[in-house]
Every structure is written in C-alpha cells, then in structure tokens.
Design a protein around this ligand. Sequence first.
Ligand code: SF4
Length: 403
Amino acid sequence: MKGLYIHIPFCVRKCSYCDFYSLPNRQSSIAHYVRAVLREAGSFPLSQRGIKGDLQPLKNFSLQTLYLGGGTPSLLGPQNLQTLISGLMLVPSPSRGEGQDEGVPQNGEGLKGVGLDLAESTLEVNPESATPEFLQTAKNLGFNRLSFGVQSLSDAELQSVGRIHTAAQAVAAIKLAQKTGFQNISADLIIGLPAQTWHSLHSSLEALTGLGLPHLSVYCLSLENGTQLALNPPNDLPSDDTQAELYEKTRAFLINAGFVHYEISNYARPGFECLHNLNYWRGGEYLGLGPAAASHLDGKRFKNNNDLDAYLQNPTGQVEYVETLSPKEKAAEEAMLRLRLLEEGLNTDELTAKFSPANTSDIILRLEKMKREGLWLQTGVTYRLEPAHILTSNSIFSRVISG
Ligand code: SF4
C-alpha cells in the first residue's frame, strides 16, 4: 500500500501549543505554493532529486490514499484546491524541465474524469475556513474523508490556546460537511487544555458523538519546546494526574459509545479507521510533498527542510536528509509502530517472515521478557499493549527496540 501526504504549511494564526511546521500571515503565497508542490510531484523518479533508487513517476505510483494535512489545508480555498488536485492527477512527466508549469491545469481544466479515485482521500479542515464552496469543491474532486480541527467545544478552552474558531462554528462546519455528503468525518480533540474539567470534556465528547462522527483523534496536550505555551505555561493547566484521569474517562466514554480504540490516539467506529495512517503504522510506503514533509519509499526515509521560502524557490532541492535503515533497524521501527495498534498489535511471525529471524530474534526475546511485567495482552504470536500502560507507551516501546 502506498500513501501520498501533502503538507499545507499555512495558518491564520499560530496556536499557542503548536510545534508543527506552519506559518501565519503567508496566505498570499498559497497559489505559488500549489505550483511548487506540483513541480515537486513531477520531479520523480527519485534519482532526479539526487536520491539513489528507482521510483515510478507519480502518475504510475499506484496510490491508495491521499492526505492533505497542515497547517490549515482549508486555507487553500476552492480554486487552489482544484488546481492542486487536478494538477496531481495530470502530474507533469519527468522529462519536462524544472520551472515549467505547463502540467498545471488552469481553472479546473483537465478535471474531467480524473478526480480522485482512491481508497481514501482525507482533507484536514479548520472550522473557520470550511465554506460551502470549499466543501463542495472537495466533494466534487473526490475527497471522501474530512478531518476537522475541533480540539474542544468549549469557547473558553479554545481561546485559552489561541484557536480562532468557536464551538458553534465547529458544529456548524461539521453539519455543513454532512449536508454536502461527507459521512467519513473525524474530529481532533485535546485533553489537558487550560482549566479543562471532565464536565467540559464530556460535553465536547457528547456533542461530537451526537453528531454521528465515526472517528475521533484524541491527543494529550504537551508543552513542546519553543511554543508559546511552553514559554508561558498558564497556571490552570490540569496536572498530570488530572490529565491521566481525563484520558481514562474519555477512553471509557468512547468505548461505551461503540468506538474501537484502535491506535494510541485514535478511536473509530468499525470500518472507519484512517487507512492512510494505518499504512504508516504498518510500516508501509508513503511519499510526502512540501516543506517538512517526510517520506518512506524504496527502502529509504527522507525529509524536506522546514523552509517555505526555500521550497517556493526550489521545491525539488529541499531534501534535508536521506536515511537507509538496515533490515534490523527497519524491523525494530516496524515493531514499535505496530505496537501502537492496540487491537491489531504486533504479529511476530509476520515480522520475522518480512525481516528474517536474525533481525527479529532480539525483539521477540525482549517482548517475552517484558511479558512478565504484565505489559502485553498476548494471543498466540500477537502482542498487544495492555491498555493500562497506554499513557507510558513511549518508554515501553523504546525498551522493545533497544532493550
Ligand atoms: S491551526 Fe493547527 S497547524 Fe495551525 S497553528 Fe493551530 S494547531 Fe498548528
């Protein structure tokens, strides 16, 4: 399975907790940015970018999933979204020179019969920029999944971290998306916002599940270096213990409401798991376009620089590093990713068949050893994280790969 991720690094304002690569006040660069992304997409095979290896041009890339994330992809507006998607479907052949934009259709020209036809095409949307025209354009282009940056349905909590939408806008945007014909809709929620209580979090959960959303991504707020929140932490941030309690209550609420806790931060009604991210957690291949975007292709990992201006000037020359993992390193990485899948878990026979016993025996020994601490639910050769240890999962996973 292969996925394509496109990073849209624009935001109206920077939220106080955010350490994603996104820039405020740069919307005037969006049209230029879309052309740059299409140039990067047209720059494959990899050898043309100084990366050893062979990859089909993007149009022969047999994609199964597309994910437009950010930043704020809904800031693209209908016209730029249409230009981007129609351009990707008609990506310029690698023989065209750099800087030539003749492969970019104008005003939707070229859209006929080439809309997205993938297993899953997700578009991240922020409530304040979810206009009827934008959602309708996304629908017409073939997007079949939306992910809303809701975060909370308490206005006080939203304002406390600098979000620019209100709870009412978020609910109205989701209803509009449903009216436009989207059923596969996810919302992001944050646990641990300033002054958050179970009462307010419960209200957000009830409202979102009441809207019939089949997927929720729930993240615990963390103070990331360099963010406003870390520089000036408010004194009403819930304590670690309170955050853990909110997390447990959220998990119980969603499971009781019929959701499956299928990944550390993700809940879905059966059949609505995010395919793009499942591919990532299963160690699949993906290509990332745009500044800060990471890729895993052809046995290599590579990532673009976090530099929008450099990218606009030279979108095909931004690879920050290329890493070729040894089979042993790949096996360890895949084990760690698969253990994030709380229902599916890690099947050690499959891991060994893929990477050979020489590269997986240490991992299996460590899993066995850690079993005595009650960290796993084991069924045959499949290991799943015991739910009581989800909040300390990062340190557990590190032990699996490095002893
Ligand atoms: S909207 Fe999202 S990407 Fe933009 S600053 Fe806020 S959290 Fe970060």
